[in-house]
Design a protein. Structure first.
Length: 179
């Protein structure tokens, strides 16, 4: 099995594996080997259209600076008796800057509405807020994305105004004590 530079985050149902340059390279060039390294069943809808465009960026960033492992993508794996499944992914838009980390996430369409994103994003936010350089975690979502707005509410994020682009809202979370 593939060795990681840091431990996965383990939740009651999920194992969150941080992306490395090697994993992202496989994700781009050899999906079957990528799935094998993660220990999951191959799936036809990975990577999503949203993710395909950022994989080269992740590869470049992780290749140039391995200390970014954990501050970019994480793979959400459901370890089940019937077979391990990749249910989604999320992470941060880089290392914290001025005390702020921005989280993003996506659950596979076939795995939505089962609480995986709440479990995974909540754990990733807690992981970030334990870091001494993080005072605030932010998230942005479309104004019409009721699922994401609901998720952020469950995780005790508060709406903090408009996002960085038209049609986005900004949400903030400042403490582990809130959830």
């Amino acid at each position: 099995m593939y060795s990681l530079p840091m431990d996965p985050i383990v939740t009651p149902r999920l194992r969150l594996v941080p992306a490395t340059a090697d994993l992202v390279r496989l994700e781009i060039t050899n999906l079957n080997e990528f799935f094998r390294h993660l220990g999951v069943e191959p799936i036809p809808d990975w990577p999503s259209e949203n993710l395909i465009g950022v994989l080269p960026f992740f590869l470049e960033q992780l290749g140039n600076d391995p200390s970014l492992v954990g501050w970019l993508a994480w793979y959400w794996i459901l370890d089940a008796p019937s077979g391990n499944q990749l249910v989604g992914g999320g992470g941060f838009k880089g290392a914290p800057f001025s005390g702020v980390a921005e989280v993003g996430y996506e659950t596979r369409v076939s795995c939505r509405r089962r609480g995986y994103a709440t479990e995974a994003v909540g754990s990733q936010v807690a992981w970030a807020l334990k870091h001494p350089d993080v005072k605030l975690v932010i998230a942005e979502t479309r104004t019409d994305n009721k699922g994401s707005i609901g998720l952020l509410g469950k995780l005790e994020f508060v709406q903090a105004g408009l996002g960085s682009e038209v049609g986005l809202l900004r949400f903030e979370r400042t403490s582990l004590d809130e959830a």
